[in-house]
Design a protein around this ligand. Structure first.
Ligand code: NAD
Ligand code: TYD
Length: 349
């Protein structure tokens, strides 16, 4: 499920946050597609960064890992040496953690992005690609079937989405003001292998494997668009190699609204369980009701569309988590404090 590879002179990519979920999937994808290119992975290894995601590439001569903070100009400047393209994934990425502790979101997502932009400009890079989210657009009304697109006004409603919105604005400001060539993708909820088991799909699957319940916030009728992570990597590839500078694309995986409850029910069924495995828990404050994206621009301009539907993607994801308890069990154990605090509200009356 890769794109046909696109010819280009050898490139040096600086991938930030490459030890996280999407970044590590992207590194695997890119090095398999383009073994002539080289990748420097700059990652702080926060709770979400995990070098176990990258063991099969770590000894390749065209791959280098640097442990460091994107907010540190010295580290960033040194990582930027001879870089052609920056692919910027590094961020604090979980909405619930942003509600508990917004400070690091502002620092990493806004100031960290700014540090990278300054350095990218200084080093004359050919493209700064910023990975953003559909959450910057705020929330849609449930049942109206409206969709976000590249022209939707920003209206972020959580500390996470506000910090990502700030970073998007800075990227565009560096393009407009200083001429830094950039591209931005605002993608929907990703899922698939190597996702930290705090996000809905990974948490549901791993809880069910552990014999625990799947926690659904509120009434579970919230809608998200779901994008299989490898389809997302294919989209980024096309934007980097075929997309114009100074362009934004929204990227999504579905064409129909699917509620969280339906997603959880599908997983429960795939795992041979029944709905007694679902537990309705206290809702998230300011919970966005509905995200839905119109991804016709990337389809029409770059010929991208998702290739894995939700049913197939969930099956692949369930199979992967079942086969890799050694990957996710230690993460859940190490992050017990977070899980206990997050789910302390308990079952909803
Ligand atoms: P993740 O939380 O799994 O990984 C983030 C990575 O960034 C980790 O490896 C972490 O160590 C690293 N990092 C964090 N702070 C850093 C810092 N200060 N310096 C260097 N590295 C740092 O995130 P993800 O799910 O892979 O998301 C990647 C990007 O995609 C993020 O920018 C996120 O906002 C965006 N995004 C994610 C989703 C999704 O569903 N996961 C959807 C839309 C957009
Ligand atoms: P999440 O995976 O945290 O992604 P995001 O908040 O960025 O969309 O959550 C996806 C949806 O699932 C969101 O509507 C919140 C909901 N959710 C639950 O119902 N239960 C949970 O335990 C979690 C983590 C999320």
């Amino acid at each position: 499920m890769a794109n046909q590879s696109i010819e280009h002179p050898p490139l040096k990519l600086l991938v930030t946050g490459g030890a996280g979920f999407i970044g590590s999937n992207f590194i695997h994808y890119w090095l398999a597609q383009y073994p002539q290119d080289s990748i420097v992975n700059l990652d702080l290894l926060t709770y979400a960064g995990n070098l176990a995601n990258l063991t099969s590439v770590e000894s390749l001569p065209n791959y280098q890992f640097i442990q460091g903070d994107i907010c540190d100009p010295m580290v960033v400047d040194s990582a930027m040496t001879d870089v052609d393209i920056v692919v910027h994934f590094a961020a604090e990425s979980h909405v619930d953690r942003s509600i508990m502790d917004p400070d690091t979101f502002l620092k990493t997502n806004v100031l960290g992005t700014h540090t990278l932009l300054q350095s990218g400009l200084k080093h004359n890079i050919k493209r700064f690609h910023h990975i953003s989210t559909d959450e910057v657009f705020g929330t849609l009304e449930l049942g109206r079937h409206d969709q976000f697109s590249e022209t939707t006004a920003y209206d972020p409603r959580s500390p996470y989405s506000a910090s990502k919105a700030g970073s998007d604005h800075l990227v565009r400001a560096y393009g407009e003001t200083y001429g830094l060539p950039y591209s931005i993708t605002n993608c929907s909820n990703n899922y698939g292998e190597y996702q930290f088991p705090e996000k809905l799909i990974a948490l549901t699957i791993t809880n069910l494997i552990e014999g625990k319940k799947a926690p659904v916030y509120g009434d579970g009728l919230q809608v998200r668009d779901w994008l299989y992570v490898k389809d997302h990597c294919r989209a980024i590839e096309l934007v980097l190699l075929k997309g114009q500078d100074m362009t934004t694309y929204v990227v999504g995986g579905l064409t129909q609204d699917v509620s969280n409850l339906e997603v959880v029910k599908q997983i429960v069924k795939l795992m041979g369980l029944d709905e007694s495995s679902i537990e309705y828990v206290t809702d998230r404050p300011g919970h966005d009701r509905c995200y839905s994206v119109n991804w016709s621009k990337i389809k029409n301009e770059l010929g991208w569309q998702s290739s894995v539907n939700l049913e197939e993607g969930l099956k692949k994801t369930v199979d992967w988590y079942r086969a890799h308890p050694e990957w996710w069990q230690p993460l859940k154990e190490k992050n017990q404090v977070y899980f206990t605090k997050q789910y302390a509200g308990g079952i909803q009356e």
